[in-house]
Design a protein around this ligand. Structure first.
Ligand code: SF4
Ligand code: SF4
Ligand code: SF4
Ligand code: FES
Length: 986
C-alpha cells in the first residue's frame, strides 16, 4: 500500500492505482469526463486536473505514489478544471430538459452541476457536419460531440473493430467512421460499445430517441424551438436554474423507466446488462457491471431484441386437428398433452417417450424437463442441443482433467501469453470473448495462433494462421505433442507431479511424425515445429475451440488431443492457461449441467450409479430408470425404427438445426404425438400435434450458465405476453396434469432443490446470485466457487490428470468426383443460428438479409460465378438453392455456408454421420456438387454490411495529436504553471 495525502487526509492506495480511482474511492468530487474505468486514461478532456506539489496533473493518467500530496480543490486546480470544462461545453448544447439522455447519468450534465457552471465563457460552436442516421441502431450528432474520444478508445481497443478515429488535425475535428465514411457503409459491426460509453447524447441508441423524455417526442421543429428557448434564457438565468428544471423532468422519468438486469439470450459468453424499458418498449441495453462483459456486447445482445414484441409471437396453444392447427385453451392443450403421453406410455412403455430440453431456457427449466422425463414418465430419454455441438468437448475434458467445462475464465484468455484458436470463428460466434483476445493481442503482446479452414477475422489477426486439410486437426495437435516430448520441450516436472498415463500416451503418438503430419494435414513440418516452439516458449497458453473441432466424426478425440497437449506443456492449474471449449447457446452449458442428458442426472451424476439414484429417488419419491436413455441422434433413429412414439421438445429448431434435416423431418412425421413449445411457430412446429407458447428470456426469471461455468440470474423485464407462460410453469402444469403434485412458486425454489441434490451446485442460491453477482461452478456449500479449475488438484480420485491416447481415423464424408467440393458451415455475427430470433430485428435483417455460400475467387473464376449468382448445392442427402458470395475468406474447393436460413438450411446437405463417442453429428464433413444456375441476383450481402467496410486501426484515441494542435494549450497554462503531461495509457 502507498499513502497519499488527499486534500489534507491521508489515504491508502495500491501502488499501481490511478489517482482518479483513489479519489473516487475516497468519495472525492473531481470531474472526469473522458475517464471511464473500463477504458483507462484517455486524457482528452483535462477536467480531472489536480494539484500535486504546485504542479497540475491529470488525475486519470497519474499513478499514485507514496508521499504524494494532492489538492483537488486548490484555486489553481479548480480554475483549470473549469477552463477545461468550458472548452467541452463549447462543443455541446445543453438542452437537458428536452434531451433523451437526461436520465441522471449524463456526464456533461453532471459535470456542469458539479462545477457549478452558470455561464459558458467559450460560446458554443456548431460543427459543419450533418447528423449521421445511417446505422439502423444508433445515430451520431457531431454538434453534441464533446470529442472526448471514449467511443474511439472503446472501438479501437476494447471492441477492437478499429472503425472509429478523430481527425485531430482538422479545423473541425469530429468522430470518423472508417476515416470518413457514413456509419451505414462503414466497417461498424453495431456492437454498441461506442454508444454505451458516450458520456452525453452525441451517440445514442435510436430506440431512446423520442421515447425516453416527456418532451422529447415532439416534432423536430418544436424541439428546435424549445432548444432555442433554453439557449435564450441561459444568459439571464444561468445554467443552475435550467438544470433544476431538467432535473425535475429527470425525476419524473425515474417513475416510468425501469432498469432490469438480464443475461443475454444468444451466445455462451454470458453478457449481462440492464434493460431500460418504458412499458413494453425497450429503450436501450446498458452493459456495465456484467462480470463477463463489462461494457461489452455484440450487435445481438445490444440491439437484437426485436423478437420480444414481434407480432408473430405465439400467444395461444395450438392443437392439430384434421391436418390443420386450431387455437385451444391452455386447459385443453395441457390436458391433451398429459392424456396422450400417458396413453403412449401405457401402451408402449416409458421409453417410447422422449424429451428435448432447450439450451435457450433456464437452468431451472432444464432441471424440470429432465425431472418430468425421469420422475413422471420414467425414462432417461432426455437430451439437449449440446449433443449438436458441445458434447465432444465435454468428453475430451472428462477423459483428461475431470470436469466438462472451461477450465478458467475469460480473464484467463485475456492474460494468456499465447492463445490458440482451433475451429472457432470467435469474432462472430463469441464476439465478446474475441474482443478480449483481440485487445490482448493488440495492446499486450499476446501471441495468437489460429487453425481454421476459413481466413476469418481472428485468422487475419493471428501471428500464425494454419489452414489444415479438413478434419485433420487431431493430427497436427498430436504431432506437436510428439515433437515436444521427443525434443525435451514438454513440462516434465508438471507431468511427473500431476499427470498419469505418459508412457501409453507417448506410445500412441508414434504415428504422428512430422512427415506424416505434413502429408496428411497439408501443413509444412516447419509450421508444425513453429507451433510447438511457440507453445513451449509461451509462459501460459489457452486453447479455445468450438464447432470446427467438435462437429467432426472425431470431435471427442480431437478435443482430447487438445487437452493432452495442454497437459504435456503444463498449461493447466495456473491463471492464463487451460482449455476453453466455447459453448454455443446462452445456456447450453447449463442445460447439460442440470441433467438434460440421457446418462446424467443434474450435476453430472450418472444414472447408473445406485447411490446417486437413491438420493434423487428419496427426494422425488419415485423409482428412477437406471439405464442410459436415448440422445437426440438416437431419438431420430428410434422414431424411424418405430420404437419412439412421442416427443416433447422445447425451444429447439430441431428440424433444421439437426444434421441431415430431411431425415429428421421425415422422422417427426412418423411420431404418434409431438409437443413443441416455442415462442414462434418454428419450422419444427409444422410437425407438431400440440404447440405451446413459451416465453422469451425477458419474460421470466431464472439462471443461465455461460461458457466460463458462470451462473447468473436473469430478472423478469416484462410480464409474459397475454397467452404465454414461462416455460418452467408450463412444464410444471404438464407434470401436475400427469399427477406430479409439484408446487414451485418461483424458480429460486427449483434452484434450492438442485443445490440440495447436486454437490457441484451445493452452495448455489438466488441470494448469492443477486443482481450482478455470479458463481462459477463447482460451488461449495459455503458459496466458494472456482473461477479457475484445478488449482489444487484435477477432478479425479487421485487428483491427477490423465493423458488419454487417441488415434486418427479420418473424416466420413469425403469429396469424390461427383461431390467434389468440401462444404463447411457455421454462424454469422449478426444472426443466431437459423435466425428465428435475429431476423425479427429489422436492422439486423437490413444488414444481413439472407444466407449465402462463400466461394473462393479461384473457384468462382473456374465456374463462372460472381457474387449474386444463384447456385444449387447438391449433397448425398439433399439440395439447397442459394446465392454465391465470392470472397477470399475461403480457399480453393472449400465452400462455407452460414446457418442463417430457415428456407435454405445448410442441414439439408449434411449427413447423419456422427462422432461415435457422443453421437454429435459431423456437420463439418459435407461434400457437395455445385450447379451454377442461369440466374444472377444482387449480392446476398448488401453494401451496408460491415464486411465491406475499411477499418482504420490506430493505437486508440491518439490524444497526442490533439495536444499538437496549434490551438491547444493545457488548461491552467495561463499562469505559468502548466499541466504536466504524464504517462499515456500504454
Ligand atoms: S464497431 Fe461500430 S458500434 Fe462498435 S464500437 Fe465501433 S463504431 Fe461503435
Ligand atoms: S461521440 Fe465519442 S467523442 Fe463524441 S462525445 Fe460521444 S464518446 Fe465522446
Ligand atoms: S450474443 Fe454473446 S457476445 Fe453477443 S451480447 Fe450476447 S452473450 Fe454477449
Ligand atoms: S478524465 Fe479526462 S483527462 Fe482525465
Amino acid at each position: 500500500m502507498v499513502k497519499v495525502n488527499l486534500d489534507g487526509v491521508v489515504r491508502e492506495g495500491q501502488p499501481d492505482e490511478l489517482l482518479i480511482d483513489l479519489i473516487n474511492r475516497a468519495g472525492g468530487s473531481v470531474p472526469h469526463v473522458c475517464y471511464h474505468p473500463q477504458l483507462g486514461p484517455v486524457q482528452t478532456c483535462d477536467t480531472c486536473i489536480v494539484e500535486e506539489n504546485g504542479r497540475l496533473i491529470r488525475a486519470c493518467a497519474t499513478k499514485v505514489a507514496d508521499g504524494m500530496t494532492i489538492s483537488t480543490k486548490s484555486a489553481k486546480a479548480s480554475a483549470a478544471q473549469v477552463e477545461a470544462f468550458d472548452r467541452i461545453l463549447s462543443n455541446h448544447l445543453l438542452y437537458c430538459t428536452v434531451c433523451d439522455n437526461n436520465n441522471g447519468n449524463c456526464t456533461v450534465h453532471n459535470t456542469t452541476k458539479l462545477l457549478a457552471i452558470e455561464h459558458q465563457r467559450i460560446p458554443f460552436r456548431s460543427k459543419p457536419y450533418e447528423v449521421d442516421n445511417t446505422n439502423p441502431f444508433y445515430r451520431y450528432d457531431p454538434d453534441q460531440c464533446i470529442l472526448c474520444g471514449r467511443c474511439v478508445e472503446a472501438c479501437q481497443n476494447v471492441e477492437v473493430n478499429e472503425t472509429l478515429s478523430i481527425n485531430w488535425e482538422d479545423p473541425n475535428p469530429r468522430v470518423l467512421w472508417d476515416g470518413g465514411s457514413t456509419i451505414g457503409e462503414s466497417s461498424c459491426v453495431s456492437c454498441g460499445h461506442c454508444v454505451t460509453v458516450c458520456p452525453c447524447n452525441a451517440l445514442m441508441e435510436k430506440s431512446m430517441l423520442g421515447h425516453a423524455g416527456f418532451l422529447t417526442s415532439l416534432k423536430k421543429s418544436a424541439l428546435s424551438g424549445m432548444i432555442e428557448v433554453v439557449k435564450g434564457v441561459e444568459p439571464e438565468t444561468g445554467y443552475g436554474s435550467i438544470l433544476q428544471v431538467s432535473e425535475a423532468e429527470e425525476a419524473m422519468r425515474e417513475h416510468r423507466i425501469r432498469k432490469t438486469k438480464t443475461v443475454c439470450t444468444y451466445c455462451g459468453v454470458g453478457c449481462s446488462f440492464d434493460v431500460w424499458t418504458k412499458d413494453r418498449h425497450i429503450l436501450k441495453i446498458a452493459p456495465e457491471h456484467g462480470p463477463a462483459n463489462g461494457i461489452s456486447t455484440c450487435v445481438k445482445g445490444k440491439f437484437g431484441w426485436g423478437h420480444i414484441n414481434n407480432g408473430d409471437r405465439l400467444t395461444t396453444p395450438l392443437i392439430r386437428e384434421d391436418g390443420k392447427f386450431r387455437e385451444a385453451s391452455w386447459k385443453e392443450a395441457i390436458g391433451l398433452v398429459a392424456r396422450r403421453l400417458s396413453e403412449i406410455k401405457a401402451r408402449d412403455g416409458s421409453d417410447s417417450v422422449a424429451f428435448i430440453s432447450s439450451s435457450k431456457c433456464t437452468n431451472e427449466e432444464s432441471y424440470l424437463m429432465q425431472k418430468l422425463a425421469r420422475a413422471i414418465i420414467g425414462t432417461n430419454n432426455v437430451d439437449n442441443c449440446s449433443r449438436y455441438c458441445q458434447s465432444p468437448a465435454t468428453v475430451g475434458l472428462f477423459r483428461t482433467v475431470g470436469y466438462g467445462g472451461d477450465s478458467g475464465s475469460i480473464t484467463d484468455m485475456e492474460k494468456a501469453d499465447l492463445v490458440v484458436i482451433i475451429g472457432s470463428n470467435t469474432a462472430e460466434s463469441h464476439p465478446v470473448i474475441a474482443t478480449r483476445v483481440k485487445s490482448s493481442h493488440k495492446l499486450d503482446g499476446q501471441k495468437l495462433i489460429v487453425s481454421d479452414l476459413r481466413e476469418n477475422e481472428m485468422a487475419r489477426r493471428a501471428d500464425l494462421f494454419l489452414h489444415p486439410k479438413p478434419g485433420t486437426d487431431l493430427i497436427w495437435l498430436s504431432a506437436v505433442s510428439r515433437y515436444l516430448l521427443d525434443n525435451g520441450l514438454a513440462h516434465t516436472q508438471f507431468l511427473d507431479q500431476w499427470v498419469n498415463g505418459l508412457d501409453q500416451y507417448r506410445k500412441s503418438l508414434e504415428p504422428f511424425t512430422l512427415e506424416a503430419a505434413e502429408r496428411l494435414t497439408g501443413l509444412s513440418e516447419r509450421t508444425i515445429r513453429t507451433v510447438a516452439h511457440m507453445i513451449a516458449e509461451a509462459k501460459s497458453t489457452c486453447i479455445l475451440w468450438a464447432m470446427g473441432v467438435t462437429q467432426q466424426s472425431q470431435g471427442s478425440d480431437t478435443s482430447t488431443a487438445i487437452s493432452n497437449l495442454l497437459l504435456i506443456t503444463g498449461n493447466y492449474m495456473r491463471p492464463g492457461t487451460g482449455s476453453y471449449p466455447l459453448r454455443g447457446h446462452n445456456n447450453v452449458q447449463g442445460a447439460s449441467d442440470h441433467g438434460s442428458m440421457p446418462n446424467m442426472l443434474p450435476g453430472y451424476q450418472l444414472v447408473d450409479d445406485p447411490e446417486v439414484r437413491q438420493r434423487f429417488e428419496t427426494a422425488w419419491k419415485v423409482k428412477l430408470p437406471s439405464t442410459k436413455g436415448l440422445d437426440n441422434h438416437q431419438m431420430v433413429e428410434a422414431i424411424h425404427e418405430g420404437k419412439l412414439k412421442a416427443m416433447y421438445l422445447i425451444g429447439e429448431e430441431m428440424s433444421i438445426v439437426d444434421s441431415n434435416a430431411n431425415y429428421v423431418g421425415a422422422a417427426f412425421e412418423k411420431l404418434d404425438f409431438f409437443v413443441v413449445q416455442d415462442i414462434f411457430f418454428s419450422n419444427t412446429c409444422r410437425y407438431a400435434d400440440v404447440v405451446l407458447p413459451g416465453a422469451p428470456s425477458l419474460e421470466k426469471e431464472g439462471t443461465f450458465t455461460s461458457t466460463e461455468r458462470r451462473i447468473q440470474r436473469l430478472y423478469q423485464v416484462f410480464e409474459p405476453l397475454v397467452g404465454c407462460q414461462p416455460d418452467w410453469k408450463i412444464i410444471q402444469d404438464v407434470a401436475n396434469q400427469l399427477g406430479a403434485g409439484w408446487n414451485y412458486q418461483h424458480p429460486s425454489e427449483i434452484m434450492d432443490e438442485i443445490a440440495s441434490l447436486s454437490p457441484m451446485f451445493a452452495g448455489v442460491n438466488y441470494e448469492r446470485l443477486a443482481g450482478y453477482k455470479s458463481l462459477q461452478w463447482p460451488v461449495a456449500a459455503d458459496g466458494t466457487d472456482e473461477p479457475l479449475l484445478y488449482t489444487k488438484r484435477f477432478a479425479f480420485p487421485d487428483g491427477k490428470a490423465r493423458l488419454f491416447p487417441v488415434s486418427w481415423i479420418g473424416p466420413t464424408d469425403q469429396p469424390n468426383a461427383e461431390f467434389d467440393l468440401h462444404l463447411n458451415n457455421g454462424r454469422l455475427l449478426e444472426h443466431f443460428h437459423e435466425g428465428n430470433l435475429t431476423y425479427r430485428t429489422e436492422g439486423i435483417r437490413e444488414k444481413t438479409p439472407d444466407t449465402f455460400v462463400e466461394v473462393s475467387p479461384e473457384l468462382a473464376e473456374e465456374r463462372g460465378i460472381q457474387s449474386g449468382t444463384w447456385v444449387q448445392l447438391i449433397s448425398r442427402y439433399g439440395k439447397v438453392r442459394v446465392r454465391a458470395l465470392v470472397t477470399d475468406r475461403v480457399h480453393g474447393k472449400e465452400l462455407y455456408m452460414p446457418m442463417n436460413s430457415v428456407e435454405s438450411p445448410v442441414n439439408r446437405l449434411t449427413s447423419s454421420h456422427t462422432d461415435p463417442v457422443t453421437n454429435t453429428p459431423a456437420y463439418k464433413e459435407a461434400s457437395v456438387h455445385l450447379k451454377v444456375l442461369n440466374e444472377v441476383g444482387d449480392s446476398p450481402l448488401p453494401r451496408i454490411n460491415p464486411r465491406f467496410g475499411h477499418p482504420t486501426p490506430q493505437g486508440g484515441v491518439e490524444v497526442e495529436r490533439k495536444w499538437k494542435r496549434a490551438d491547444y494549450a493545457p488548461p491552467g497554462n495561463g499562469n505559468g504553471n502548466g499541466l504536466v503531461q504524464l504517462q499515456t495509457k500504454k
